[in-house]
Design a protein around this ligand. Structure first.
Ligand SMILES: [Zn+2]
Length: 138
């Protein structure tokens, strides 16, 4: 089985799995940072590097407790397929495309590192599907 290619996407703009503190459902919430961490980073009470460490610690902990449920959630999320049938999944957050400090990017790195047989990075923001092409009747 081919590993799932992971991409970042925007809630409301892409199919995929919501991994935000605000609105992730069920075990996808185990892949989100805590609300407290998000607010501290947004208000710049903690530097990005501290946010990253705290978030990775939280992921490590949740992975120990729930890795089976998390893998199942990712497996049943809204997968798409590339032309060569590689499964693809967008991990969704509210950051606009192109924003570089996004927890979903950290999550993609973390998943690829901790479950390398299951996941690979699907590429940069430049590879987002262009929805305007589809609307044009592709
Ligand atoms: Zn984000």
């Amino acid at each position: 089985m081919q590993p799932t290619q992971l991409f970042r996407g925007v809630v409301g703009s892409h199919y995929g799995l919501d991994v935000t503190a605000q609105s992730a459902q069920l075990f996808a919430a185990k892949l989100a940072p805590s609300w407290k961490m998000v607010m501290a980073a947004k208000r710049k009470r903690i530097p990005w590097e501290v946010f990253r460490q705290q978030y990775e610690q939280l992921l490590d902990m949740n992975w120990q407790l729930y890795h089976r449920e998390i893998l199942e959630t990712l497996d049943h999320a809204s997968l798409e397929y590339s032309v060569d049938l590689a499964p693809q999944l967008h991990l969704l957050c509210y950051c606009q495309e192109g924003k570089d400090r996004c927890h979903a990017e950290l999550l993609i790195d973390w998943l690829c590192e901790n479950a390398p047989h299951a996941f690979v990075r699907g590429g940069s923001a430049a590879t987002f599907p262009d929805l305007s092409l589809l609307e044009g009747g592709l």
